[in-house]
Ligand binder design. Structure first.
Ligand SMILES: Nc1ncnc2c1ncn2[C@@H]1O[C@H](COP(=O)(O)OP(=O)(O)OP(=O)(O)O)[C@@H](O)[C@H]1O
Length: 298
């Protein structure tokens, strides 16, 4: 077990209650320096509560929280933590350059405005007014504000909202390039899959799963076999080895199976006329639904 002073974030037996709602129930996890961690879970799972505690915006009822070896409030006050939160608009009349410059000064001028603009791909937009930005550009300005103090830890809450796919990819490349420990929440599970070293799944205030994206995906067993058949018969397909679920749309067939090899062999052997066959594992979304559905959470 890692010692808490070297961890970027450490939660030990942390609980938080709002009235009768137990938002977090004895949560324990550690995030190492340099890790990129996605915090996932359904609505009400406790993600925002956990992030608020990490940022020192609220206090735990029980347990110990350390951020960069000190209390969250001290780490934030020392400018070691950058946050890109959903709330908070950008000033309409100020330019991007002004906004970033102000953030740099608020953090004590640790780095130059031009450097932050360059780092976040905003150099070309420096003279643009806050109210003349697209949604994706405004998100990049929020990222620049989070980066303005040379943080050692970044919190990103739904950072790619309003970004198109290409902009999203560029954004994540820029985050990766910083090498900074990153904790992020997203509803784009493909992003969590591609950019997180690790996924912490919260459900009902508890940690339902904690591991690399591939570990999380492997927690849901079975495979999906897709193919095209000339005349698919659901009853016949359901009787194939390993198959426990069949869906047929015209000639397109989707089978869920616990024995992909046996299913594929039987498709080619006893059914025939198989075209466009694909076998895939569960994606992160399927795994998340499985792990957080009623009665499945650990
Ligand atoms: N200030 C509050 N007062 C009362 N209950 C609260 C408060 N904040 C959160 N809760 C409750 O605590 C639980 C956890 O909420 P939290 O916002 O942490 O979940 P979340 O995982 O961030 O959800 P979402 O994905 O919807 O943002 C929910 O049941 C929520 O209703």
């Amino acid at each position: 077990m890692e010692n808490t002073t070297s961890a970027a974030v450490s939660f030990q037996g942390v609980s938080k209650r709002y009235g009768r709602v137990q938002a977090l129930d004895e949560i324990t996890f550690q995030i190492s320096r340099g890790e990129s961690v996605a915090l996932l879970g359904p609505n009400g799972a406790g993600k925002s509560t956990a992030v608020d505690l990490m940022l020192g915006l609220s206090r735990a009822d029980r347990g110990r929280i350390a951020v960069l070896g000190t209390t969250p409030a001290k780490a934030v006050a020392a400018g070691q933590v950058g946050a890109m939160l959903q709330s908070g608009g950008l000033p309409a009349d100020a330019t991007v350059g002004d906004i970033v410059s102000l953030a740099v000064q608020l953090y004590g001028g640790r780095r130059r405005t031009a450097e932050v603009l360059e780092l976040t791909g905003l150099t070309e937009l420096a003279r643009r007014k806050g109210d003349a930005l697209s949604g994706g550009q405004a998100q990049r300005v929020r990222f620049a504000v989070a980066m303005a103090g040379q943080p050692e830890l970044l919190f990103l809450d739904e950072p790619t909202v309003a970004m198109d796919p290409l902009t999203r990819r560029d954004f994540w490349s820029a985050v990766r390039a910083t090498g900074i420990t990153t904790v992020f929440a997203t509803h784009h599970l493909d992003e969590a899959d591609a950019f997180a070293d690790r996924v912490i799944v919260l459900a009902n205030g508890s940690v339902a799963a904690d591991g690399s994206p591939s570990t999380i995906k492997s927690m849901i067993g079975g495979r999906t076999v897709r193919c095209v058949l000339a005349a698919p018969d659901p009853a016949v397909l359901l009787a194939l080895p390993g198959v426990h679920d069949v869906s047929v749309l015209g000639r397109d067939v989707t089978l869920h199976t616990d024995d992909a090899d046996g299913t594929v062999a039987a498709l080619y052997g006893s059914i025939g006329g198989v075209r466009d066959l694909q076998v895939s594992g569960a994606d992160l979304e399927e795994a998340l639904i499985f792990l957080t559905s009623e009665g499945k959470a650990a």
